[in-house]
Write a new protein. Sequence first.
Length: 424
Amino acid sequence: MKREKRKIIGYILLVSFVLITLFSPVGKILTISNEITYFNGQSFLLPKAPFVQASTNRNMIEMDEKDDLELIAKKDGRNEVVYNIAGLPIKKVHVNVLKDFKVIPGGQSIGVKINSKGVLVVGYHQVNTNTGKVSPGEEAGVKVGDLITKINGKTIESINEVGSFVQKAGERGEPLQLVIQRENKEFQTRLTPQQETEDDKYKLGLYIRDSAAGIGTLTFYEPKTKIYGALGHVISDMDTKMPIVVKDGYIVPSTVTSIQKGTNGVPGEKLARFLNERNVVGDINKNNQFGIYGTLHKDIQNHVMNKPIPIALSHQVKKGPAKILTVVDDDKVELFDIEIVSSIPQKFPATKGMVIKITDPKLLEKTGGIVQGMSGSPIIQDGKIIGAVTHVFVNDPTSGYGVHIEWMLNEAGLDIYKNGEKAS
C-alpha cells in the first residue's frame, strides 16, 4: 500500500514538474537557451516571472523590464544574465554581443565564368588504332571527374597546353607523366597516347574541359572590403557533377532575356546573356557548397536597396513573411513576397537551413516559382538579410531551400564573430 502511495505521489510530482516547466512563467525561464548571440545595437527579449529577479552587467547590456525582459546591447563582448529567486540562482544565460555588421544586398543577375585548376576529365572516347579501338586514358586508370594538374612536371592551366605534350609524346613513343587530383588526393600515372588512323593525330582517349560558364544572382557585398558572395550553392561540372576547383574566374552583368516557367517535375530556368564579357565587375577565388566568392572591382547597385543593412543569425530567422531580391526582366532588380515555411537554427555551417515558398502573384505568374538562375537571390526579413535562395523542390516549383547568410559570410572570410565567440 505504501509502495502504491509513493508511486502516486511520484507521478503527481512528475506531472507537476512537467506542467511547471512547460507552462508556467518560471518554466519558460528554465527552458531559455543557455547561450544567446546577437549584434551590438540590437535588442533581445527574454521572459519574466513574478518573484524572479534578473541581473546583468549594465555596462554592456541595458535591461528594459516591460512585459518581457528586453536586453539592449550597448557594447560588444561576453556577458550573462542571471535569474534568481530570493537570491538563489535558477538560470544563467550567457550573452554574446557581436560587433555591428552590415552588408549591401544584391539581387543582380550575373554571368559567371570559372577556369578550373588544371583540366577536368569529363568522359572517355575510343581511339581507332591499327590494332583496334582503345581509350589510353581509361587504361591508365584516369577516371571521370579527375583533374589533370601537371604533365611531365609542367603545371597545366588550359586545354590548349595539352595538345603539344600529346603529339610530342606520341611521335617519340614515350608515355606522359600525369599528376592527377582526385577527391583532395594527388597521385601520378603514366599514359601513352595512341595514334588515330583517320587523321594520324595522337590522342589521350579522354574528353577534357578547363572552364564553365553560367548565370546566377549576386547575394551581397561588404561595402568596405568589396568582398561578395553569390549563388548560395556550388558550381559543378555539368557532365561529371563534380565541384569545379577554381584557378580563377570572373563575374559580369547579365540580362534576363526570357523565362522558362517551372512546373511540377520540371524546374524552370532564367534564360540570360552576358551583357559584355569585357565589363568584369569582380573576380572569383572560391567555389564551394555555399556559393562563389571574390572581390568586386566596380561599384554596382540594385536600385532598390543600395544601403548596408543588418544581417540575421540563423537562430534569429523566424517563420512568416519575407522578401527576395531578384531579376526576371532584363536587368531590373525587384522585390517579391515569399514566406519562410521553416528555419533550423544551425550551430555549424550547413546548407538548406530554410524552407521557403514563393507567394508573390506576379512572380508566380512569370516563373511558376523558383527557377534556375534565381540561386543566390537575397532573402530579406524585418529589414535584415537572412540568407539566399539555393534549390527548388522539383515536385513543387513554388517552394525550395535557402541557406543562412551567416554561413555565406563565413565562407567569404567576413568573420562576424571576430569580436565575440561562436555560440555553442
